[in-house]
Design a protein around this ligand. Sequence first.
Ligand code: AMP
Ligand code: ZN
Length: 111
Amino acid sequence: MDCVFCKIVAGEIPSDILYQDEEVIAFRDINPIAPTHLLIVSKKHIPSVLHLTDAEAPLIGHMTKVANQLAREYGVAESGYRLVINCGKEGGQLVPHLHMHLLGGRVLKWG
Ligand code: AMP
Ligand code: ZN
């Protein structure tokens, strides 16, 4: 499949992998918009959060738990951080494979 995150999961594209388990992989965003910009990506190809089945929905909780742990490890837990899942065109989703952004290390504006 021609999906950049599937290729990272398969090890076909190099990435700066910070964490992985059976369900998710986490690595640094290649084009960071904050000093800490990590991606928590499902290993399964799910096109967006909109496509989550009821059975897959607990994955979001797991991604959040992993993000919280990475926030602690990478020093933004105390200062604060933002978890973002973009969905669809107007939601700003560029890669059609489920992922969560962990952003921190600066004051994040809204809107
Ligand atoms: P989104 O706009 O929510 O779909 O976010 C996709 C993110 O993936 C963007 O922030 C990109 O910079 C990032 N990205 C795209 N290709 C790669 C890659 N090969 N390695 C790391 N991050 C990537
Ligand atoms: Zn994929």
